[in-house]
Design a protein. Structure first.
Length: 100
């Protein structure tokens, strides 16, 4: 069965989930397509030692507390994954695994 939605968001990372948040706030039907799971690229395409390249004060997601204790600090890879996962859960983003 084919489902129809008004908007398809590609990727369940920072930007895709933020777009989903704003679409939901406007009651627009949509789906978030991801090739893996939420924050997939952070889980599978990054070095364990990588830190976010922007300071915590610039990393806010809509409606979420600022991540990290130090506004001028940088999140670790696992902290970024946790932050994105918590945001996806809080917003109840409808993420669907894209078929290949």
């Amino acid at each position: 069965m084919t489902e129809r939605v008004t908007t398809v968001v590609i990727g369940a990372g920072h930007a895709g989930l933020a777009a989903s948040h704003f679409l939901s706030a406007r009651s627009l039907d949509h789906v978030v397509l991801e090739r893996g799971e939420v924050a997939n690229a952070w889980r599978t395409e990054r070095w364990d030692s990588l830190r976010l390249l922007t300071p915590n004060r610039l990393t806010d997601l809509p409606g979420q507390d600022r991540p990290g204790a130090d506004p001028d600090g940088y999140l670790t890879m696992s902290e970024v994954i946790d932050y994105i996962e918590r945001f996806a859960a809080a917003t109840r983003a409808r993420c669907v695994r894209a078929r290949r």
